[in-house]
Structure formats: C-alpha cells, structure tokens
Design a protein around this ligand. Structure first.
Ligand code: MLC
Ligand code: AMP
Length: 499
C-alpha cells in the first residue's frame, strides 16, 4: 500500500540498522527497530478503533515511543494531534472536544483527569510514561509487521492547534504532502545526510521539534541525540559528538551565557539553525565571535511549515530570514488591499506552495479569511523583500507575544483575566526579556466600587492557563491608554513598562 509520508520517512529504513534515536535514559533505537516499534504501536491504535482520518490526541512525555507513536499514527492512516505538556485541564477540554479524537494518549499521571474529558467524546485513553504505560505494554505484545494503510498526498497526517487573535485556538490541517514537501526542501537545502548527528532538545509537540527536526532526520537517515528538554550541561557535553543543532533563540543566548561554551566545543558542528522567534542580530554576532559559526536563521509557521531560510552556502545575514524555500512562493502585499508591493516596501508576508496547510479544522470562515482562493496564506507577519528576494521580518500585524519560542495570544489571556468579577478590563502585552525574548505583562483596571487583590487574580488565572502564558507581572491602572478610535494602545504600555 502507498502511504506518502510513511513510505518516504520510515519504510525505506526498515531493513537498515543504523542508529536513529539516542536518548537521555540510555535507550538507543536503530532505524530498523524504530520501524518495528512503530508497527507494534500501529496495531494498538488499530485495535483501539483508529481508522483512516481519525484523530489521535497525544499529550505525552518526550520519549522514543512518542516519536514511534507519531509514525504509527501515520502508518495506521490516522491524524496525529500533539499537545503541549504544559496545557491545563480547561485548555485540554477545548482541544479534545473540538478535535473529537478516537484515541487520546497521555502521561499515566493525567489518566484520571483526561478520562473524564475523553468520556464526553467517546475516546479511548491509553498512557505513555518513562516506565511504560498501557500503550507501551500493549505494543510489546503486538506483531512488528503492520499492513500500512494507504494514504495519498492530500490526506491529512497531522492537526496542530495554533492560538488565534480571537482567543480561540484553531486546528491547522496538515496533509502528507505539506509535511513531506517541506522535509525534502529543508533536507536538500541544509544538506542533511545520514552522516549527521542532530542535537534535539526541542519539545516534540510543535512544528519545530516534530517536523523541522524529526522529519528531516528521518528523511535523511540521520542520528538524533534525543534530549528530554533543553539542559545546558547535557548540551555542552554532547556538542563535540554532534554535527547539527536546531533551536529557538533562547537556546543560543543560554549557550552564550556560559563560559564553558567555546569554539573548541563546536568544532564538529556543521550547522546551527535558529527559528520560531526573531534571533537578535547581537546574538548572531556574538555567536560568530565566540565559535566562528554563523547561525542559519529560518522562518516558518504551524500553518505553512517552513517558508524561508538563509542559505547553507552563501551569506547568512543577521536580522534576515533568507529566501523563499524551493517550491514556495513568497509575496509582500499591501495589508489593506492584498495587492503585491514592489520589492523594498514593508507589507504583509503571504505564502503559497505545497507546504501550505489545508485549512482550519471545522472553521471554514477562518480558513476563508486567511487562505486566499489563489492559494496564498496571509501570515500576519510584516516584512520586506530586498531586490535579490531576501526577506526580513519587521513586525507582526497580529497581536501575538512569542516567549521562548512559544506563542501567546493576548486575547486568550485577557478573556480569562476579564472573567474575574473585580476586573473592569485588561490589556496583555509583551516586553523584552533577556532569556525568553519577550515576557508577558498584564495591565488591568478595577470595576467601580470594587477592590482587586492581585494574589487572588493570580490564583484565579493561573489554573486556567499553561504556565508559559501566565503574566509575569500585573499592573493596576486607572484606565487603559486608548487612541481616538477607542483602541487600546499596547505600544504605549510596552514602551512604558519595557524597562
Ligand atoms: C518555560 N517557562 C516559560 C517558557 N518555558 N515561560 C515563558 N516562556 C517559555 N517559553 C516557564 C517554566 O514553566 C518555569 O516556570 C519558568 O518559565 C522558567 O523555566 P525554565 O526552566 O527557565 O525554562 P525551560 O524549562 O528551560 O524552558 C525554556 C525553553 C522552552 C526555551 C527551553 O520554553 C522551550 O523549549 N521552548 C521551545 C518552544 C518551541 O519549540 N517552539 C516552536 C514552536 S513552532 P516556573 O513555574 O518554574 O517559574 C513555531 C514554528 C516555527 O513557532 O517557525 O518553528
Ligand atoms: P507558530 O504559530 O507557533 O507556528 O508561530 C509562527 C510565528 O512565529 C510566525 O508567524 C512568526 O511570527 C514567528 N517566527 C517564526 N520564525 C521566526 C523567525 N525566524 N523570526 C521571527 N519570527 C519568527
């Protein structure tokens, strides 16, 4: 049977025994063993009722079996839906209800809470933990061979939720072709081969860690040094054995903040890649001064996979995100009219190509607002294209904060804060942060005749939102600054509280 993504990423390795995953806990898995493990897990999914097109929700620790679960879902014809392990019960309830999965895989410690939500949509719950879990135990007893389910280029392989400016998260539907075309483009451009060994310290529930890093490694047959999370000591110890690293800018500023990070340590590395948030030009420069390496910055989104990249051979220019990937069209348009602008003018970045998603799950109106009939997706990022086609991002038209590579939509946090009785209104905004790039602050006004206890506000907000979305500081104001149209001027708040 033909299965576009599975065939390209895994089937071709099945008989090949080179090392694929090398994990913190000592687990080592060859390509052959990995394919067999995915086959066993595919049996468990099928036995749990997963049929072509069914969603498999996964909120699980970063383990070799979690990657095998991704591949198994694709092999069984399902749609993989990974969720941030920091999400709270109320956040999970929304995703599970919206996606209506057949199976939910979670950490054993969350099984009771998640089962309560799963019951509302009739989903089966399986668990995955370091020490096993019901999914792993069931897989252990299954055959290694699995009759791969036929899936074509336009069938869905994954559903990744991205927060929205309206406060409601949207599920981006990604097809086999969307994922595979991007993996091929990046593998070619960055010259990834089976001789590479990648330091993988990113989470595997987002585009960066799951698709940019894992799909390219699988496609190339490279080794992956699979780390549970970003840990400076582990990375410093592993750098001499690796050839590549991918990370968000915080990874690079944290490395630079440690005197043990030297040119000698990085002499076997051939490529450092940064993305998901702007890399400051000063980080790029300091990194080159310390190591001699010029970080390669690329730009992408959940909906579009990767869009542009600095060149592998050629100038990697600090503060720019490089050129459109092969097979991808990038245009800069007038944000009001949508018509293309001449090179050198600032406008909306739009993108078209096999990398661009199929639309938002169950949200045809949202899809129509952001995905034009001619195939261009409106990114919400503002940029400029130089005469030679090189793109620089200059800002965002969407109200979005990016903290340590995680996106926070202020509206979602404001909605929670505004639910507190004593709050009149609120404005959530980002200020520069030395470690995370941006940090979340909240300005609130108090309802007439009431008093607001900030500790009580924190206690109200925090259980409802993942930790990375929590405002680091609340500021009580008499009134929010507004322009003559009545719109809150977050730029003034940003300026005032940046220090
Ligand atoms: C953790 N915390 C964060 C945070 N990460 N707060 C704000 N922003 C973040 N990104 C919280 C912790 O819960 C903790 O809370 C406190 O902040 C300090 O944590 P830490 O120990 O310093 O953080 P750490 O666990 O080391 O994590 C930081 C990080 C991690 C940068 C390594 O956030 C990370 O791996 N980020 C990568 C995100 C990513 O993969 N993005 C790609 C999206 S895809 P407390 O309670 O202890 O104070 C995409 C498309 C594309 O954007 O183009 O790639
Ligand atoms: P996400 O919705 O999590 O996929 O985040 C996508 C957003 O991250 C993009 O729309 C950009 O705003 C931002 N982003 C990704 N890569 C870069 C980069 N290299 N520089 C600046 N912003 C980036």
């Amino acid at each position: 049977m033909t299965n576009t993504l599975y065939d390209a990423l895994v089937a071709k390795h099945a008989g090949n025994d080179t090392l694929f995953l090398d994990c913190d806990d000592g687990t080592q898995m060859s390509y052959g063993a990995f394919a067999k493990r995915a086959g066993q897990i595919a049996h468990v999914l099928r036995d749990a009722g997963v049929r072509p097109g069914d969603r498999v929700v996964v909120q699980a620790p970063k383990l070799a079996d979690t990657i095998a679960l991704f591949v198994a879902t694709v092999q069984a014809g399902g749609v993989y839906l990974p969720l941030n392990t920091a999400y709270t019960q109320s956040e999970l309830r929304y995703f599970i209800t919206d996606a209506d999965p057949q199976v939910i895989v979670c950490d054993a410690k969350d099984e009771i809470d998640i089962s309560a939500i799963a019951d509302t949509v009739g989903a089966r719950v399986l668990t995955l933990t370091q020490s096993g879990g019901s999914l792993s135990r069931a897989a252990d007893t299954c055959p290694e061979g699995f009759d791969t389910v036929a899936r074509g280029p336009d069938d869905l392989a994954a559903l990744l939720y991205t927060s929205g400016t309206t406060g409601r998260s949207k599920g981006a539907m990604l097809s086999h072709k969307n994922l595979l075309s991007n993996a091929i483009a990046l593998t070619d451009l960055w010259q990834i081969t089976k001789g590479d060994r990648l330091i993988h310290a990113l989470p595997i529930f987002h585009t960066h860690g799951l698709f940019v890093a894992m799909n390219t490694a699988l496609l190339a047959g490279a080794q992956v040094r699979f780390m549970e999370q970003f840990d400076l000591d582990t990375i410093l110890a592993e750098l001499p054995n690796a050839t590549m690293m991918m990370g968000v800018p915080t990874f690079y500023t944290r490395l630079l903040s440690d005197n043990r990070f030297t040119a000698t340590l990085t002499q076997n590395i051939r490529l450092f890649v940064s993305g998901s948030a702007p890399l400051l030009a000063e980080t790029h420069t300091a990194f080159e001064a310390r190591t001699g390496h010029r970080i390669l910055e690329r730009y992408g989104m959940t909906e579009t996979n990767m869009i542009t990249s600095n060149p592998f051979d050629g100038d990697r220019i600090a503060g720019t995100v490089g050129f459109a990937l092969p097979g991808t069209d990038v245009e800069v348009t007038n944000p009001e009219t949508g018509s293309p602008l001449p090179r050198g003018e600032i406008g909306m970045i739009e993108v078209r190509g096999d990398n661009v998603f199929q639309g938002y799950w169950n949200m045809p109106e949202k899809t129509a607002e952001e995905l034009r009939e001619n195939g261009f997706f409106i990114t919400g990022d503002l940029g400029i294209m130089a005469d030679d086609g090189r793109v620089s991002i200059v800002g965002r038209s969407k109200d979005l904060i990016i903290s340590g590579g995680y996106n926070i939509y202020p509206k979602e946090v404001e909605d929670v804060i505004n639910d507190m009785d004593a709050v009149q209104e609120s404005a959530v905004f980002g200020v520069p942060h030395p470690d995370f790039g941006e940090a979340v602050l909240a300005a609130v006004t108090v309802r007439h005749g009431m008093s607001l206890d900030l500790e009580a506000l924190r206690a109200f907000v925090e259980p409802q939102l993942a930790r990375f979305k929590h405002p680091r500081r609340y500021i009580i104001l008499d009134a929010l600054p507004r322009n003559t149209m009545g719109k809150v001027q977050k730029n003034l708040l940003k300026d005032q509280y940046s220090a």
